[in-house]
Design a protein around this ligand. Structure first.
Ligand SMILES: C[S@@+](CC[C@H](N)C(=O)[O-])C[C@H]1O[C@@H](n2cnc3c(N)ncnc32)[C@H](O)[C@@H]1O
Length: 220
């Protein structure tokens, strides 16, 4: 077993995180023990963060104890692995607009006390600002299939991040334009992101996700 980043492991050709809730699966992933500790396999076809790691992401700011604001947390597939990595001292404030997703996420949160679920619109950060400000996140994670993905990201960063904090962003070109070339779409989104961020790293996610890019950004 090899540690790629703190709390992220490669073993038997797969990615793994240490299971914060031994014996519990979140999305039918594999559970295996190594030297008496249980690990959960992390599927790059189900999680864009895992896909970015498999595609040789170099900068991974999430650590034990990290505090994150997660926009588009859905049912908590990726968030559950982040929950493993940050451990009991870390926290994820997870926002999603879908009631159906939130209902499933609530089941995950019952066991994982470091995830706080919130039903809301990432376009309206004022609606959750009072709670997020208490948490003081230093990492903004976003994966929302919306036309204005970069604007949503900037708006939230402006409100909640400080200079030097990190942004992790999955951009999906077809959600922004289904007719324009993805490279053009990404260039335009990057121009918007530069208002608030320095782009540290960009990783194309194919073959796991087509027409997607993963960004590591640093708040200006
Ligand atoms: C691709 S899924 C996220 C998958 C998740 N990040 C994971 O890896 O486990 C995109 C999510 O964004 C949510 N979403 C779309 N528009 C949103 C908005 N304006 N505010 C909050 N969530 C939104 C959708 O409900 C959906 O759950």
């Amino acid at each position: 077993m090899r540690e790629l980043f703190p709390g992220v492991y490669k073993w038997k050709g797969k990615l793994w995180t240490k299971n914060l809730v031994p014996g519990q699966r979140v999305y039918n992933e594999r559970l295996e023990a190594y030297e008496g500790i249980e690990y959960r396999s992390w599927d790059p076809f189900r999680s864009k963060l895992a896909a970015a790691i498999v595609k040789k992401l170099k900068n991974f700011p999430i650590r034990s104890g990290s505090r994150l604001l997660y926009l588009g947390i859905a049912e908590g597939t990726t968030a559950s692995h982040i929950s493993d990595i940050i451990g009991k001292k870390g926290v994820i404030f997870g926002v999603d607009i879908s009631e159906k997703c939130l209902a499933k996420l609530l089941q995950v949160c019952e066991k994982r006390k470091n995830i706080i679920p919130f039903l809301g619109d990432a376009n309206k950060p004022e609606s959750y600002a009072e709670y997020v400000k208490e948490i003081k996140p230093t990492i903004l994670y976003q994966d929302v299939s919306q036309k204005n993905q970069a604007e949503i990201f900037n708006k939230n960063a402006k409100l909640f991040l400080k200079k030097g904090d990190f942004g992790l962003l999955a951009l999906k070109a077809p959600s922004i334009s289904s007719t324009k070339k993805p490279s053009r779409v990404f260039r335009k989104q990057e121009k918007i992101l530069l208002d608030e961020f320095i782009i540290v790293e960009t990783v194309p996610l194919a073959p796991f996700e087509k027409k997607h890019r993963f960004y590591v950004l640093k708040k200006r």
